[in-house]
Design a protein around this ligand. Structure first.
Ligand SMILES: Cc1ncc(COP(=O)(O)O)c(C=O)c1O
Length: 391
């Protein structure tokens, strides 16, 4: 169909990278029998209480809009969660805003605090949707590499601050690296932000997923952090809620009106039936997620043991959190080329490092959705494939 002269894509959206998960997903689907180590999801469903609460709400028959910020019962339950588990009061000098997923929380945050041309500092490798959100807001992502273990380099983050910087983003436990940042490093970043008068956006979507004694740390629990810390949480991973789209932000009180303006315009209110389901999930509580951990730990051990057999041309930095490993491969091939060959020739899908903003050949292996048997088969294909392609 012919396009009229002014019917073109905005410059803004043309500058945004295309999400890679659907591309690899299509490749995997087009390859019979392929196993995906690609998407960052868990295999388990929400707890039964979630469906029970949703059904009860559906039959109650109130289908009107509800508050922009989220329903009162859920806001209260989330405040209680943070008091009990994270050591901060999200109702004092801060406010909770329920969103339709953590990605929306991040977009809300960027739109609330940054103007076109402003800078947001992202440690690399970054979570690709963060970089995309910054671009969609016409802001500039300033990329600061982490160290060879994928840990934060606070001094480098400080050095990257300019008069246009509005925030530093941290994700711990991390997607795509699986790294868990130390409490000391997160405290340092939070203090750097405070000193510079910028925000610390702390994405804690994977807070429950840690291994081998590592612990995630809530930036909002830091004394004096209330005025400049934006924390993002989600039920997607911990409660198997990926398609139910419930997450939340904890924002400084002074940002509440701005965030509500954005959310009112984009969403009006988070889906109310899912907010009731979330109440059911929180009633089941963290214990539900803990019950799932043995299977995840088993899949992780299988993956880790197999990766160790890869030898010197493949580096697998320590990953004590989330459900990812980001392996670095010593080859001149582009990561996407290796990904395509792994799917087509070896029947296994992983994500290429390019999409996380890093040079060189790196591949993200996700094990959250695997059972021990698919983990064993998937990772052995991956290892065989890498040996065949690069060794
Ligand atoms: C670091 C991080 N933040 C946020 C999200 C988005 O989660 P959701 O929008 O489903 O809450 C993801 C999903 O992969 C993630 O890895």
């Amino acid at each position: 169909m012919r396009r009229l002269k002014n019917m073109q894509l905005s410059q803004r959206i043309q500058s945004v990278q295309s999400p890679v998960i659907p591309i690899v997903g299509d490749l995997v689907r087009a390859t019979p029998g392929a196993i995906s180590l690609g998407q960052g999801v868990v295999s388990y469903p929400p707890p039964p209480q979630a469906a029970a609460y949703a059904a009860r709400y559906a039959s109650a028959g109130d289908h009107t809009y509800k508050p922009v910020q989220g329903i009162g019962e859920l806001l209260a339950a989330l405040r209680a969660k943070h008091l009990a588990e994270n050591g901060f009061d999200a109702g004092r000098d801060r406010a909770i805003v329920v969103t339709a997923g953590g990605n929306m929380g991040f977009m809300n945050a960027v739109l609330a605090i940054a103007d076109p041309g402003d800078e947001i500092i992202l440690p690399t490798p970054y979570y690709f949707n963060h970089e995309m959100a910054v671009a969609i807001a016409n802001c500039k992502a300033v990329l600061v590499p982490t160290d060879e273990r994928y840990q934060l380099r606070p001094a480098a983050l400080r050095a990257a601050i300019t008069p246009r910087t509005r925030a530093i983003v941290t994700v711990s436990p991390n997607n795509p690296t699986g790294a868990v940042y130390s409490q000391a490093a997160l405290r340092e970043v939070n203090q750097i932000c405070r000193d510079a008068g910028i925000y610390h956006i702390s994405d804690e979507a994977y807070e429950y997923f840690t291994y081998d004694g590592a612990e995630s740390f809530a930036a909002a629990s830091i004394q004096g952090s209330a005025g400049h810390t934006i924390s993002l949480y989600s039920l997607s991973k911990s409660y198997g809620f990926a398609s139910w789209r419930i997450a939340w932000m904890v924002v400084p009180e002074h940002l509440l009106t701005a965030v509500k303006k954005i959310q009112d315009t984009i969403l009006i209110c988070p889906p109310v039936i899912c907010q009731h389901a979330a109440l059911g999930a929180l009633e089941a509580g963290r214990g539900y997620c803990e019950e799932q951990m043995p299977a995840l730990r088993a899949a992780r051990s299988i993956v880790m043991n197999e990766l160790e057999s890869l030898g010197q041309r493949v580096v697998v930095p320590r990953a004590d959190g989330a459900f990812y490993f980001l392996v670095r491969v010593d080859t001149d091939l582009a990561a996407m080329t290796v990904v395509e060959r792994l799917v087509r020739e070896y029947g296994v899908g992983v994500l290429p490092g390019e999409t996380f903003g890093i040079d060189g050949c790196a591949l993200r292996v996700a094990y959250g959705a695997l059972t021990p048997s698919t983990a064993a088969e998937g990772i052995s294909r991956f290892v065989r494939g890498l040996k065949g392609i690069v060794q």
